[in-house]
Design a protein around this ligand. Sequence first.
Ligand SMILES: [Zn+2]
Length: 134
Amino acid sequence: MAHTRFGRKAMHAGKRTCIGCHTRKDPNELLRFNLVGGSLVCVPEGRPRTGRGVSLCPDRQCVRRAIKSRAFARAFRTSNDVFQDLCVDKVLAEALNAYKTRLVEVRGPGGPGHEVLADSLNNMIIRLEQAIKE
Ligand SMILES: [Zn+2]
């Protein structure tokens, strides 16, 4: 039994599930949000992703589905009232802001040597900007 559980874990190592479309993806392809003081806070790539969090595709449809299906409340085990004012644009704007801030840090003093991370952050920023325009 223990072997089976370990095997399953290893098979899905590192993958996260989008709470909108339920697809398993590499964590760096997904947005990650924590709930801090009743607000969704995006944790960009390269930051420790600790505590209870949700993963979402940087995709308007996935964010909309997550809001409609009350997936945020379920994932954070809280009342859906917390997310009453949540809308797709708010979620995407928070993520874009977090990734842009992170990119400035990575490219700033003490940041050299993080070219791979900077590229990855930049790719997510481009995807988010497209999603916001849609
Ligand atoms: Zn998705």
